[in-house]
Design a protein around this ligand. Structure first.
Ligand SMILES: [Zn+2]
Length: 145
């Protein structure tokens, strides 16, 4: 397992342990994690703190030059909101844990030149499947269904 994807999975697990939605993300610059986060919709009553957005938030303000050399790791295919942030800051590369339980805006990201790598990692898939089976209403709320 890639150590950065493992860090994103650890974040997702942390979210699950807090009673939240198990999606985690880390932002890597020059082989170092500069921001990590997990979905805080339940914990913070937040409509915007998806795992990726939380990682952006925790990375703090960065220059365009830094963003353009980052790789974002996320346990789940990024939704339209998170893909918007990825495009806004021109993150060039995204590593996605899985897109079987949810397909985000991968076509849009690819069409804008973002390099995507989808791992279809079994632990990511299992974590989301278990969560969706247990808390379908929380999951639907997260993706606006
Ligand atoms: Zn999102």
């Amino acid at each position: 397992m890639d150590k950065f994807m493992q860090a994103a999975i650890d974040e997702a697990q942390k979210g699950l342990d807090e009673g939240g939605i198990p999606i985690g993300s880390v932002i890597v610059y020059q082989n170092k994690i500069i921001g990590r986060g997990h979905n805080r919709r339940v914990q913070s009553g937040s409509p915007i703190l998806h795992g990726e957005m939380d990682a952006f938030e925790n990375a703090g303000r960065q220059s365009a030059q830094v963003y353009r050399q980052c790789t974002l790791y996320t346990t789940l295919s990024p939704c339209s909101m998170c893909s918007g942030a990825i495009l806004l800051y021109e993150i060039p590369k995204i590593v996605i844990g899985e897109n079987q339980t949810f397909m985000g805006e991968e076509k849009v990201l690819r069409s804008k030149g973002v390099e995507l790598s989808v791992l279809q990692d079994k632990s990511c898939i299992q974590m989301m499947q278990n969560f969706i089976a247990k808390s379908p209403e929380l999951w639907n709320e997260d993706i606006g269904v």
